[in-house]
Write a protein that binds this ligand. Structure first.
Ligand code: FAD
Length: 550
């Protein structure tokens, strides 16, 4: 077939998985086109915390933090186990073995990766568990990408790092939190004095990827150009069809096509079909699952479609979307109850576990974060920072206040006797320091988001000083994790596990190697970048197909 244009690689989607593939392509000296359906680039990755869980990585070695291939694999075995082909031992090994290549390649191209030294694995007590395996990009001056910054999906350029987030959460209540706040102010002032605009977390990571791949290596990126279909010849994917400026365009891909078009977070029909709920995603509205649908129409198998990167989110209001909760639910003087006023889980556990517990407990019911006034005064609550949003939340019954627990219960339709009994039982646990029902505060992961000045248990504090607040929660997510089945080299597989030649997938478009869990900070972007880069390496050695361009 004659194509309008031909590249070595065509990458569908401009999140972390897509850019890591493109990084591999430019590193191999291959030409690459990135297609993005939205008017903005970066996807969920640009909106994210930008953390990458990369066990046994070279930055740890430089920092003299012990880790090993064996410990990383035992930890994956102890946490993920086997949840289908996506979680095979071969894929776990490919991930761990691919970490060093990703770190070395990105650093060779000038990206600056640093550790989040204090962030624990989410099950640090299991075999091979550790603290400090997560990497992130150092704050990056987004002025370096010029006009591209204005079309980035990132909500803002904030010079924060992962470990800032938890310490800033208690900036007013602990000396370490206050010191971290001061450092952040100094960093921001320093960058402004140098006329920089620093962005950390997901925004910084994605801006740096774009700087390397597009600005410095001349890769092509088309916005507003959704994948429409794959072009298949002799059972091999040889190109794609897209639309650009309203015109149909066919693109040849000499070495392969990477599907990195994210999950189906915002596709309500699919969410109902696979999850039984509409979903309250915190990610990009453009993640609709189109590439997964196109891949399955071309014979690809899928796995884990019924799962997502779950968590608890504050319910949306007319001026704010669902606000995914990480630290707030874990700080003392607060607990989560169901529609009947009962606790049902450890509020400080990993967000994916909490989301699963909410789904299992009552997928349609209301949930409430109940807190006393110290929770509001001492800790930073991400959902309460915008006064317009708070006003709307109060007006719309998402945030409810009362002077007594009984009145609060009345106002949120819970039996006052039940909520009072739950609070009294919880306060007893807070006083003795042991959560006899759900073990909150037992794990080092729980204690990452805690207040060390609250004793005897830094995750527990009695709910006894009014006014009391109830904030309505929903089952939220950071994206979906089911998608196209891939092998250790990111090649897309059919049901019979045979390879679809020329077709690759990574990130949320593919079924996750993390199965039904979330082993450590950055468990979605870590594998997305490693499998993205692995795909590019594989395409570089796969026999090239000669495609004709009109
Ligand atoms: C607030 C928030 C914080 C998070 N923090 C972290 C974190 O710190 N660490 C971590 O590991 N994970 C985090 N996550 C999850 C993580 O962001 C995602 O799982 C990850 O970014 C997915 O990367 P991806 O490359 O697969 O997809 P995305 O980054 O979502 O990119 C997919 C892109 O494909 C595009 N696309 C969709 N359909 C098409 C089509 N038909 N044609 C062309 N393009 C298409 C989309 O528009 C999108 O731009 C967070 C998520 C959120 C929302």
């Amino acid at each position: 077939m004659m194509f309008d244009e031909t590249y070595d690689l065509v990458v569908v989607g401009t999140g972390a998985a897509g850019f890591a593939t493109a990084l591999g392509a430019v590193d191999e000296g291959l030409s690459v086109l990135l297609l993005e359906s939205a008017a903005t680039w970066g996807g969920n990755s640009a909106m994210s915390g930008g953390g990458m869980w990369l066990p046994d990585n070279p930055v740890m070695r430089r920092d003299r933090v012990a880790d090993s291939r064996e410990e990383a694999l035992s930890y994956l075995e102890a946490t993920v186990g086997q949840a289908g082909h996506a979680t095979s031992a071969a894929r776990h090994e490919a991930f761990v073995d691919g970490v060093a290549d990703f770190v070395a390649t990105s650093e060779r191209h000038g990206m600056r990766l640093v550790r989040a030294p204090d962030y624990a694995d989410y099950y640090p007590e299991r075999p091979g568990g550790k603290i400090g395996r997560g990497l992130e990009h150092a704050p990056f001056d987004v002025k370096r990408i010029g006009a591209w910054w204005s079309s980035c999906q990132a909500p803002a350029a904030l010079p924060v790092k992962t470990d800032d987030v938890w310490l800033l959460g208690r900036a007013w209540s602990t000396p370490t939190g206050f010191a971290r706040g001061t450092r952040l102010v100094a960093r921001t002032a320093g960058s402004l004095a140098k006329r920089q605009r620093l962005a950390g977390i997901g925004a910084g990571l994605m801006a740096s990827f774009l700087d390397v791949v597009v600005n410095r290596h001349g890769a092509t990126l088309w916005l507003g150009s959704p994948l429409q279909d794959l072009v298949v010849e002799d059972a091999r994917v040889v190109g794609v069809r897209t639309t650009r400026h309203g015109q149909d365009v066919s693109i040849g891909a000499r070495r392969g096509v990477m599907l990195a078009g994210g999950g189906f977070d915002a596709n309500v029909d699919w969410r109902q079909k696979h999850h039984g709920i509409d979903g309250s995603p915190s990610g990009a509205a453009s993640n609709l699952g189109g590439p997964i649908e196109i891949a399955t129409a071309n014979g690809a198998a899928t796995e884990l479609m019924d799962d997502a990167w779950w968590g608890a989110s504050v319910a949306p209001s007319s001026v704010s979307g669902p606000a995914f909760l990480v630290g707030e639910r874990s700080f003392p003087f607060s607990m989560i109850v169901d529609a009947d006023g009962h606790r049902f889980a450890n509020e400080s556990e990993s967000y994916v576990d909490l989301g699963h517990h909410m789904l299992e407990h009552d997928k349609d019911g209301a949930y409430w974060l109940i807190a006393d006034r110290r929770h509001a005064w001492r800790y930073l609550r991400s959902y309460a920072m915008d006064p317009r949003a708070v006003k709307a939340m109060k007006a719309e019954g998402v945030m409810v206040k009362a002077d007594s627990v009984r009145d609060l219960a009345d106002r949120i339709d819970i039996d006052p006797a039940v909520l009072t009994a739950t609070v009294e039982r919880f306060n007893g646990f807070a006083r003795c320091g042991v959560d006899g029902d759900f073990g909150r505060g037992n794990s080092a992961y729980d204690r990452y988001y805690s207040d060390p000045l609250v004793r005897p248990n830094p995750n527990l504090g009695p709910i006894e000083k009014g006014p009391f607040t109830a904030v309505r929660l929903v089952i939220g997510d950071l994206g979906t994790k089911g998608g196209v089945l891939t092998d250790a080299e990111s090649r897309v597989l059919r049901e019979d596990l045979s390879v679809i030649d020329g077709l690759y997938a990574a990130g949320n478009c593919s079924a996750s190697m993390m199965g039904r869990t979330y082993p450590g900070p950055g468990s979605t972007i870590g594998p997305a970048v490693v499998f993205g880069l692995r795909a590019a390496r594989q395409m570089a050695v796969a026999p090239a197909r000669t495609a004709a361009t009109a």
